[in-house]
Design a protein around this ligand. Structure first.
Ligand code: SME
Length: 229
């Protein structure tokens, strides 16, 4: 099986020859093809790879593009370590980036691949008074809209407080986008002015997958994100 890097470089060379990107200095075709290449590599991947981002010498700083590739080993880490490393990785990815979609998409990916018990990781954005709409996420398709008076996401948005739910079946009004969901955590996400702009939702198929350490970790990620929103 080709490694991600092999596929990436082969495709990049082809894209460069086809479009003249390498000569013109434009990285856009390369970036556009990266997602599909990465997805193809993931489809063919070995069981349970973990992912790490590393700086790539050819990337222009303006694009903040990083090579990604599978790590061979990653010992189970304490939650504090998982969130600290996620925060460091995300800070590097988003350095100089002030784009809500880029910020939320990167956070969803980084967190989803680091939180082993996560079945769904993503954002619901505030799009109107009292209304959340789905944003960037990883996992199966989620519900498109959630009013503030429904579900765990709604409760986080309505109260402005993080919600840690050990058993979603015991939570009145829980919305089951995936009927295997057993527990979840939702933290509010604010922009630089302190306005609620989204909630970050992580769901699990395991009961009581999240606790106060996850809340602290995800709140620190939300705090980092607020500087990019
Ligand atoms: N569980 C959420 C709904 C969103 S999804 O599960 C993706 C809730 O009750 O707010």
């Amino acid at each position: 099986m080709s490694t991600f890097a092999e596929i990436f470089f082969a495709q990049r060379k082809t894209a460069g020859e086809r479009t003249g990107a390498a000569r013109s200095g434009s990285d856009t075709p390369m970036i556009q093809s990266t997602a599909s290449i990465a997805h193809a590599a993931l489809d063919a991947r070995a069981p349970a790879p973990r992912w790490v981002t590393v700086p790539h010498r050819d990337c222009k700083p303006a694009w903040k593009l990083r090579m990604i590739g599978p790590m061979t080993t990653l010992a189970p880490a304490a939650k504090e370590t998982i969130y600290r490393e996620a925060r460091t990785e995300l800070a590097a990815l988003l350095d100089g980036v002030y784009d809500p979609v880029a910020a939320m998409a990167s956070a969803a990916s980084v967190l989803h691949h680091r939180i082993e018990r996560a079945s769904w990781t993503g954002f619901y954005r505030v799009v109107a008074p009292g209304l959340l709409r789905i944003g960037p996420y990883q996992g199966l398709p989620g519900c498109l809209e959630i009013p503030f008076d429904r579900g765990v996401c709604g409760a986080a948005a309505r109260t402005g407080e993080s919600q840690v739910v050990a058993d979603v079946h015991a939570f009145p009004g829980h919305i089951a986008c995936d009927d295997r969901a057993r527990s979840e955590i939702v933290v509010p996400v604010r922009d630089r002015k302190g306005e609620l702009v989204a909630v970050l939702d992580v769901d699990s198929h395991h009961l009581a997958a999240f606790d106060d350490d996850d809340r602290l970790g995800l709140e620190s990620i939300a705090e980092l994100l607020s500087g990019h929103l």
